[in-house]
Design a protein around this ligand. Structure first.
Ligand code: ZN
Length: 200
């Protein structure tokens, strides 16, 4: 269904039960998804010491690999390790982490993922401060002449999607909104039309 929809990427949430309370899946499941997926795999690691597993995620099929700022002591080294493996590299910020921590790394990133809920579970309520963070991040990217995409993850709905895009979001992650809807393909279609050009 996702292959035949207008979705651009598969977003895969890897949780280890330590960095976040929940456990999801690891390399084997990603490897199987990779055999069926006809779109890039955007892998979001919610795990401690992500630098230990970068090569295994590449082998499993990750095209874009994002690691948490809060879980990375040597973020710059890890970002370049991801790039050297041939993947696009992203950094994720939890809701409490200020955008300014990216000041010295933003130019090296392909993507910044802003958590708009606390990571660990699906179906949570969107945190409104996210709009403010998107504005700050957009300003930082423009000021540094960086190319990172702004991705929003958590509580994305058909209602807030146009506002997120207007604020500067490039990529919206939606799980519950799509998979709990009666017509997931149609819901993806509606999300794709959340651009300011289409929102009346
Ligand atoms: Zn995610």
């Amino acid at each position: 269904m996702v292959n035949n929809s207008r979705a651009d990427w598969f977003h895969l949430d890897v949780m280890d039960g330590v960095f976040v309370p929940n456990i999801t899946f690891g390399f084997q499941i990603i490897n199987v998804i990779n055999q069926y997926a006809q779109k890039p795999l955007d892998v979001h690691l919610m795990i401690v010491q992500p630098e230990r597993y970068l090569e295994q995620f590449k082998k499993a099929g990750a095209d874009i690999l994002s690691i948490h700022y809060e879980a990375s002591t040597h973020l710059h080294r890890s970002i370049y390790a991801i790039k050297d493996l041939g993947m696009q590299a992203g950094v994720v910020l939890n809701p409490h982490t200020h955008v300014s921590v990216l000041e010295d790394i933003i130019s090296d990133l392909d993507l910044v993922l802003l958590m708009s809920v606390n990571p660990g579970f699906g179906g949570q309520k969107f945190i409104d401060n996210t709009y403010h963070k998107i504005t700050q991040l957009k300003e930082l990217i423009l000021r540094k002449n960086a190319h990172a995409l702004i991705e929003i993850d958590g509580g994305v709905t058909l209602d807030n999607a146009p506002k997120l895009v207007n604020a500067g979001a490039d990529v919206l992650v939606a799980g519950n909104t799509i998979f709990s809807s009666d017509d997931p393909v149609k819901t993806i279609e509606l999300l794709k039309e959340s651009s300011p050009l289409y929102s009346a």
